[in-house]
Ligand binder design. Structure first.
Ligand SMILES: Cc1ncc(COP(=O)(O)O)c(C=O)c1O
Ligand SMILES: [Zn+2]
Length: 460
């Protein structure tokens, strides 16, 4: 049975870290606790370029490979970790992503309780599970990556963290930077969802609203990097996949999928794909778990769900290419999916291929229909990006890619509560009823300017 999220709380006498909490008073767990003391030694060995394989030291801030701009992955001595890190050793640990700290960087976590989100069995499809990432701090799965990235930024004594963002990553960076006492410098399109602007303001971030798309925001960060103060004042760019630790945070979703399904992987995982950090992270987690001896060589079919108005991975997949091309005039109400050329496209496409997966695009109307369906049938108010998973699942069932017997995990990557302005101004009748019989909303909302909300994340 999938677990539900227990209460947090640090019992007296528990080790003094943010995440290392005994969640039960049951001292029969003492052996597991002892195992944990043994495993709490740093096993991070180096960073490795995903293109050329070159190794880099992990004792300083790193960005991308200086030779070929490849994404750097964090590597650990898994053979050593294996001796003391086991599923049993996880039992007494708090339900946050930092329970997997043996395979995370060894630094004092900046944590707001992110991760270990519920794995809910669907009420509509008995073999489907919904991983509800909308319950993370700041209302999206971006919390995981930014918790890890800010943890390392504080560890390296960086001061000013810059991010170009479509919204949710900005909110997450702002929150974690506030918790760490660091400066967050946000560059967002001026028409991002209101929640993202307001939360960044309350978290005390320095927000620059840019008259343009997120690629323009990225250029602002790139310009900042050229200034002399960049190095001197401890600036750092935490853009998607431009630093190695956001993937590490996101990979905990892979560990959780396995743990919450009883250390068995599902037949399929559907992931709403913008920059694809979660796909990269989960695939990395599966490889690590195999090396740890926790799972075998089986892998889920990894599915990238994109929006019809911005589907560079789908196009590359359909064309049999190993990298994507810049998607022109990207436009979808699912702002997080407006990524015209993901920096990690070569890794995403490789994962889809190796897993026997697929990439498919769903329309905004299908996304809205899925938001309502999940809300009305599952009681889950999803972000449009998250609901794209359901829209994609429906298509994959219709085409018999998945059968009713296949266990499939759909990622709801965020909360609909962060999109009230987008969703309130979008009438349900814009969505076809599809298979679901959904009552149209009795309220007539004005036609929205949703296509202007958010922005695109350019290749920067
Ligand atoms: C709610 C939500 N879902 C999905 C995505 C896409 O995530 P990724 O860039 O990891 O593919 C985003 C990105 O902003 C998002 O905010
Ligand atoms: Zn390289």
């Amino acid at each position: 049975m999938p677990p539900v999220r227990p209460e947090n709380g640090t019992p007296k006498g528990a080790p003094q870290t943010d995440h290392w909490q005994l969640t039960t008073g049951n001292w029969q767990l003492l052996p597991a606790l002892l195992l944990n003391f043994l495993r709490r030694m740093s096993r991070l060995t180096h960073l490795e370029c995903t293109r050329c394989g070159q190794h880099f030291p992990a004792d300083r801030p790193q960005t991308v490979c200086p030779k070929d701009a490849g994404i750097l992955y964090v590597r650990y001595d898994l053979a050593a970790i294996k001796k003391s890190f086991s599923p049993v050793s996880l039992l007494p640990l708090a339900p946050t992503m930092w329970r997997y700290d043996a395979v995370l960087p060894d630094a004092r976590p900046v944590s707001l309780g992110e991760g270990f989100t519920p794995m809910l069995r669907s009420r509509e499809y008995p073999n489907v599970f919904i991983k509800d990432e909308g319950l993370n701090p700041t209302g999206s799965f971006k919390a995981r990556g930014l918790s890890a990235a800010v943890t390392m930024a504080r560890h390296f004594n960086l001061k000013k963290l810059a991010i170009p963002s479509a919204g949710n990553a900005a909110g997450a960076l702002a929150a974690y930077a506030a918790a760490a006492g660091l400066e967050a410098h946000i560059f967002m399109p001026k028409d991002v969802p209101a929640a993202n602007r307001i939360e960044c303001d309350y978290y005390g971030a320095r927000v620059t609203l840019v008259d343009g798309l997120i690629s323009d925001c990225a250029q602002k960060v790139a310009a900042l990097k050229k200034e002399a103060s960049w190095k001197k004042d401890g600036w750092f760019d935490v853009s998607t996949t431009k630093e190695p630790y956001r993937v590490e945070g996101k990979k905990t979703m892979g560990y959780e999928v396995a743990e919450q399904l009883g250390w068995r992987l599902p037949q399929g995982i559907i992931y709403p794909t913008g920059g694809g950090v979660g796909l990269l992270g989960m695939w990395k987690a599966f490889d690590e778990m195999e090396q740890l001896g926790w799972i075998g060589s089986e892998r889920p079919h990894m599915i990238a769900a994109q929006a019809v108005g911005c589907a560079p991975i789908v196009k590359a997949w359909d064309d049999g290419k190993s990298t994507s091309e810049m998607w022109p005039n990207a436009s979808t109400l699912a702002a997080g999916l407006r990524v015209p050329k993901p920096y990690g496209d070569y890794l995403i496409l490789d994962i889809l291929k190796k897993s026997g997966g697929a990439a498919l695009a769903v329309s905004d109307a299908e996304i809205l229909d899925a938001v309502r369906r999940w809300a009305q049938v599952e009681g889950i108010f999803a972000a449009p990006e998250g609901a794209a998973s359901l829209a994609a699942y429906r298509k994959l069932r219709a085409s018999n890619f998945f059968s009713a017997d296949d266990t499939v995990v759909l990622f709801n990557t965020g909360s609909g509560l962060k999109y009230l302005d987008v969703l309130a101004t979008t009438h349900a009748s814009q969505a076809p009823a599809a298979k679901a019989q959904i009552e149209p909303s009795p309220v007539q909302f004005p036609k929205s300017a949703t296509s202007h909300i958010g922005g695109i994340i350019g290749p920067y």
